[in-house]
Ligand binder design. Structure first.
Ligand code: PLP
Length: 351
């Protein structure tokens, strides 16, 4: 691996006021794919790319990304959480988008090296972490609509605080019954760029109406709840934790999977199945919709205090964070930051 260190280190931001994805570290990782193979991974100073206006990804969105996090534990050791699962998922996204798979072992090694080099960018304040953004783009410079022959893979790092400005304050979500995010057979399962572009208008309109997020329904019947912008959804109905099953149009979240494993280990009743809006509404009417929360790397666990459907507002748990969400937030962040023992083998210590 080639490493070129920066000669001008950037000034660090105030780690107590990070927000999400606004600051980037001194270095980045780049690796190019040409003539059927990946070149050497390189660590270079964080900088702009120079690319032709005809670059394929700029036109046809053949691009995928991932999101994972690094932390420092109490002893100052760098830890990462389930990173290998992110690269395995990235390869699934790559296959779906007709892009080459990554050499996972090499990429992981290179990422660890990058984290070591930029380790003084890993914040340690509660709720903060170093967000890792691996990305792959089609880099051919040609306008024909076909899979690119060349690709650029890169990883950038961003010290982050809470994903939502309000932190753990429950959010208000709007069940979208007009626009859809993903259909079976489409690209909902892949972390591909176009999915997010297609979701922005609905999110903006929901925000104008006073909601924070959109809860998507299945595209075929608009009957079953799927997920929120960048989070999988969980509900507690009559003491049972339920989450929509992976049908092909839902992103298979690593946080979702971690939560299901924690729930199982700690004796909660948890189910993966289809959940209709009607079921949610009648549970709400019957006083049995006890909690709702989203789960994803960026936000970890994000409580939902209100769900709106066709003009009807369902206020959940009096608009405050519920016990299950609190338990899961504490457990997950505890494992990630080393406050709790890693009973699941999810943590990798670098130094
Ligand atoms: C990334 C993402 C999630 C969460 O996945 P994690 O692996 O838990 O971060 C959920 N839904 C969508 C649409 C996403 O893009």
């Amino acid at each position: 691996m080639k490493i070129t260190l920066t000669t001008t280190k950037k000034e660090k931001p105030d780690f107590s006021k990070l927000g999400f994805g606004k600051y980037f570290t001194d270095h980045m990782l780049v690796m190019d794919y040409e003539n059927g193979e990946w070149g050497e991974a390189e660590i270079i100073p964080y900088d702009s790319f120079k690319m032709a206006p005809s670059t394929a990804v700029l036109h046809y969105a053949q691009g995928i990304f991932e999101g994972c996090k690094a932390y420092k534990d109490k002893k100052g050791k760098i830890t990462t959480f389930r990173t290998i699962d992110n690269f395995l998922r990235m390869n699934k996204s790559a296959t779906r988008m007709c892009m080459p798979n990554l050499p996972v072992a090499i990429v992981l090694e290179a990422l660890y090296e990058l984290l070591n080099i930029d380790s003084d960018w890993i914040p340690t304040e509660p709720g903060t972490s170093l967000y890792i953004r691996p990305t792959m783009i089609a880099s051919d410079s040609a306008l024909g609509v076909h899979a690119s022959h060349s690709y650029k893979f890169f990883i950038i790092l961003s010290p982050v605080g809470a994903y939502y400005a309000n932190g753990l304050k429950p959010t208000k979500i709007y069940i979208e019954d007009n626009f859809v995010r993903a259909a079976i057979g489409g690209t909902g399962e892949a972390k591909c760029m176009g999915n997010y572009a297609a979701s922005l208008l609905a999110a903006e309109e929901a925000q104008k109406r006073g909601y924070d997020q959109v809860l998507w329904l299945d595209a075929a019947e608009k009957k079953y709840v799927e997920e929120v912008g960048a989070m999988n959804m969980f509900f507690v109905i009559d003491g049972v934790v339920v989450t929509p099953m992976l049908t092909g149009s839902i992103l298979p979240g690593i946080t979702r999977d971690s939560i299901l494993k924690i729930l199982k280990k700690y004796g909660y009743k948890a189910e993966e199945r289809k959940i209709s809006v009607d079921e949610l509404y009648s549970a709400f009417k019957g006083g049995k919709l006890e909690e709702a929360f989203g789960a994803g790397t960026a936000a970890v666990v994000s409580p939902v205090g209100l769900i709106s459907y066709k003009g009807e507002d369902m206020v959940i748990n009096n608009g405050v964070m519920g016990k299950t969400a609190e338990f899961l937030y504490d457990k997950l962040t505890g494992i990630q930051c080393g406050r709790y023992e890693d009973e699941f083998g999810w943590i990798n210590r670098l130094n």
